[in-house]
Design a protein around this ligand. Structure first.
Ligand SMILES: *Cc1c(COP(=O)(O)O)cnc(C)c1O
Length: 449
């Protein structure tokens, strides 16, 4: 595995010098509790000081191996050289004009890159926003104005954000929706092909789930009322579910037949994460619209809707935008991030990460009955934890495992509708040594369950 972490500004090592959390983090946590709303939670009770390559250092001097990348955001590593170089130059030139007042080149350049990188060779256009949720909302707006229809189809276990419309699109009640209704209307949820939990087994999953989903759309909504079908090609917050092969092509084909806008939400799975630029490429799917965010700009807030020019252009001038959408510093960072992804061939790096991690995760699954499933692709991998010998979700074991990892210097995240999935999203520039050491920590932590 090629080492691309040589540019890292911090020693690439796991180092524990205090208990986790240490005294400085505890002091800051008390200040956080006094002044930051409780709704803003924290996975790990340590405060970040610096981060680079595959590590994150806290205010007490502990250095954690980073298997989270800020939820699949810092794929190029934190403060990556090209991101810092380009964003710094932009900061010094100007910080904001509002693209709707006086446009600037970096915005156009990001849209040019998106047209090159996203699947399909049709004419494409983009619009830029601040967050993933905002991109998803705008994709729905565009699909509705293009089709003159209103209904939006989403799937079980979907996650699309936390704004009012995207809460409606998101499946899971706690913590995303609970108490926050009423939600936006004209959103309909249908089954997704979740192989591990498909009742008649993984072999039948793609076919049966697609048939059931299409049947429900046809019978309960009516295809002619549907503006958009929105799906994550690999479901993120729902539990790193890879829809069984064949499911996505059937759904996208159905959309095409009925002039429904097929939107791939690649906010988590996109930008090299799954071993290709976009996860839907694995099944040759060309979405009409694609939403991106997270990995796009090396940590700066940026999101995009990219798609067929004739669909994107159906919104009238002034109908899309926002004060900050496509901020010039965030655009410069995105150009630095894309430069890094191309220079170091990060899709290939993501595939190498899978080659290192998956065999070891599979071996751990053989040894520990608590691991019911190992799945994902590229550097978007997960284990699903169950009561041994059953498929009953074990969220308690999952949080205990995460906690044991945190205390031993490994930053990991959990996810999933049942809270029983541990996910691995390392920065794509992490060294092979750190990857293996992180897995050693996981192995030890499994032994403590
Ligand atoms: C994170 C995420 C979103 C929301 O993005 P924000 O930037 O948090 O608003 C939407 N869709 C998917 C698939 C995501 O993973």
């Amino acid at each position: 595995m090629t080492d691309v972490s040589h540019e890292s500004k911090l020693p690439q090592e796991r180092r524990l010098v205090t208990a986790v959390p240490g005294p400085k983090s505890e002091e800051l946590m008390a200040r956080k509790q006094a002044t930051v709303a409780d709704g803003v939670g924290a996975v790990m009770p340590v405060f970040a000081k610096r981060a680079s390559g595959g590590v994150l250092e806290d205010v007490d001097g502990n250095s954690f191996i980073d298997f989270g990348a800020g939820i699949a955001v810092t794929s190029v590593g934190n403060s990556a050289e090209a991101v810092v170089r380009r964003a710094t130059a932009q900061l010094e030139a100007f910080t904001h004009t509002c693209v709707m007042v006086t446009p600037y080149e970096p915005y156009v350049e990001v849209c040019e890159r998106l047209a090159e990188l996203t699947p399909g060779d049709h004419a494409k256009k983009s619009a830029l926003f601040n967050s993933g949720a905002e991109a998803v909302e705008n994709a729905v707006k565009i699909a509705r104005t293009h089709t003159k229809r209103q209904a939006v189809i989403v799937f079980d276990h979907a996650y699309h954000g936390r704004t009012n419309l995207t809460m409606a699109l998101t499946a899971k009640n706690m913590p995303y929706k609970h108490g926050f209704g009423p939600f936006a209307p004209e959103v309909y949820r249908v089954p997704v092909a979740y192989p591990y939990r498909w009742l008649t087994g993984p072999e039948n999953c793609a076919e049966e789930a697609a048939t059931e989903a299409i049947d429900q759309i046809t019978k309960q909504v009516g295809a002619e009322n549907v503006a958009a079908i929105l799906i994550e090609p690999v479901l993120g917050e729902g539990g790193f579910i890879e829809p069984a092969k064949g499911f996505l092509p059937r759904i996208s084909e159905f959309a095409r037949e009925h002039d429904i806008v097929f939107i791939a939400d690649e906010i988590q799975s996109g930008f090299c994460r799954t071993g290709r630029w976009f996860a839907c490429e694995d099944e040759g799917i060309v979405p009409d619209l694609i939403t991106t965010a997270k990995g796009i700009a090396g940590g700066l807030p940026l999101a995009a809707v990219t798609g067929r020019a004739e669909i994107m252009d159906s919104a009238h001038s002034g109908g899309l935008g926002g004060t900050y959408g496509g901020n010039p510093v965030a655009c410069a960072a995105a150009l630095g991030s894309i430069e890094t992804m191309r220079e170091f061939d990060l899709p290939a790096r993501a595939r190498q990460i899978e080659q290192v991690m998956k065999p070891r995760l599979r071996k751990l699954a053989e040894q520990h009955g608590v691991i019911g499933d190992v799945r994902g692709r590229g550097a978007m991998l997960a284990i699903e934890l169950v009561k041994p010998g059953t498929k009953d979700p074990d969220p308690a074991a999952t949080s205990a495992l995460a906690k044991a990892c945190h205390q031993d210097g490994l930053l990991v995240l959990t996810t999933g509708t049942y809270g029983n999935v541990m996910r691995f999203l390392p920065p794509l520039v992490i060294s092979e040594d750190l990857l293996n050491e992180g897995l050693d920590v996981l192995e030890r932590a499994l032994g403590t369950l």
